[in-house]
Design a binder for this molecule. Structure first.
Ligand SMILES: [Zn+2]
Length: 364
């Protein structure tokens, strides 16, 4: 997948490739953008282009070949989720004594290090940054640039301070790439030492047209729906699981209907009963909460007369009816209560009961 396959944000991509062309790729960059915008894909493309042995050009700008030794080894980390899963599993299999010091790192090429947040807290820890420093002090042998990709910007305090030391005087052969959904989460002192590239949200039409070539499984109306639900992120649109979403949404609608119309709770209890303990239930509940927020946003759009921004276009009729039975205050208090449910989930309160309480407390 060369640069021309990267969809959207053409200007940013060209700017990056022009820097690569002048051999001026910065020592430290931040790539920011919403989930699914392609931040990691782009970082991998940069790592490959910096180190591709064949150094091909497309449209007069640097690209990567995708088949030389460096490209192939780096590409083994393209599937971040799979490599991350393996790294976590490998640590789980260690003896207790070794586990404590083992840090999660992904390194399929000797000179390219991928650093994901370390579970269970899902933060980047000082031990990980120290390993990076230990490696960055050595000149790359099997590549031109030593590349480090931090896949999230959730650093523990000590880890951020450690990183700052590297950023103050990065070796000339290093390229540190920090990915973030929220640049504000990074220390200002870190941000100010980085060049920031932003992958902005793409317009619905652009996502829809990409979907028409890549998601032939979807009908035109479904494509429109997915394009709206993807929040401007190409990766999200291309991998959107519409069936799962519709499933979660039907549960969310039962909750909303019960909260807005009230009276009979049989259907509500039947639904909330299915949100159980354990990892699977957690995933299911997270999705339900996300869907509820999205529906509340749509209700808000309908109430404020900005119908064109409604995302759940396929159920406009029902949403319109629900919107008629509520006012702004109701939407505000529903959002607040939803945030309470979310906090309760983190404290592991019983899911079905919290959801029941959410719906019944909002009844009118
Ligand atoms: Zn190559």
């Amino acid at each position: 997948m060369p640069f021309q396959d990267f969809q959207g944000n053409h200007e940013t991509i060209t700017r990056i490739r022009e820097m690569l062309a002048r051999d001026r790729f910065p020592h430290a960059v931040v790539i920011s953008g919403p989930e699914g915008a392609g931040k990691y894909t782009l970082a991998q493309m940069i790592a490959k282009t910096l180190n591709c042995i064949e150094q091909p050009k497309n449209d007069g700008l640097p690209d990567f070949c995708g088949h030389c030794r460096n490209c192939t080894l780096i590409a083994q980390s393209d599937d971040l989720e799979a490599r991350f899963g393996e790294a976590v599993e490998a640590r789980e299999a260690m003896r207790e004594a070794d586990k404590r010091d083992a840090r999660i790192m992904i390194q399929t090429h000797p000179e390219v290090i991928v650093v994901p947040p370390d579970p269970p807290q899902m933060l980047i820890k000082v031990g990980q940054v120290r390993l990076v420093i230990g490696s960055v002090v050595y000149k790359p042998v099997e590549a031109r640039r030593k590349v480090v990709i931090f896949t999230e910007s959730s650093f523990m305090k000590e880890a951020a301070n450690s990183l700052l030391k590297v950023l103050e005087e990065p070796p000339e052969y290093a390229a540190l790439i920090l990915l973030t959904t929220n640049p504000g989460e990074l220390l200002p002192t870190i941000r100010s030492r980085c060049v920031i590239f932003n992958l902005g949200a793409l317009p619905v039409e652009e996502l829809e047209s990409a979907l028409s070539t890549s998601r032939k499984d979807l009908k035109p109306a479904q494509r429109e729906l997915v394009a709206r639900l993807a929040n401007g992120a190409m990766g999200r649109a291309l991998t959107f699981k519409l069936d799962e979403y519709i499933d979660a949404r039907s549960g969310a609608l039962v909750l909303l209907r019960s909260a807005i119309i009230g009276n009979d709770h049989t259907e509500l209890f039947k639904i909330t009963e299915t949100y159980r303990a354990g990892a699977e239930g957690r995933e299911k509940t997270d999705q339900l909460l996300r869907t509820l927020y999205a529906l509340l946003e749509d209700l808000l759009m309908l109430k404020s007369g900005t119908h064109e921004l409604v995302r759940n276009t396929d159920i406009r009729g029902e949403m319109g009816r629900l919107a008629q039975s509520i006012d702004f205050d109701w939407i505000v208090s529903a959002s607040q209560r939803l945030a309470e449910v979310e906090r309760g989930m983190r404290r592991n309160l019983l899911r079905s009961l919290s959801l029941d309480a959410f719906a019944t407390s909002l009844e009118r």
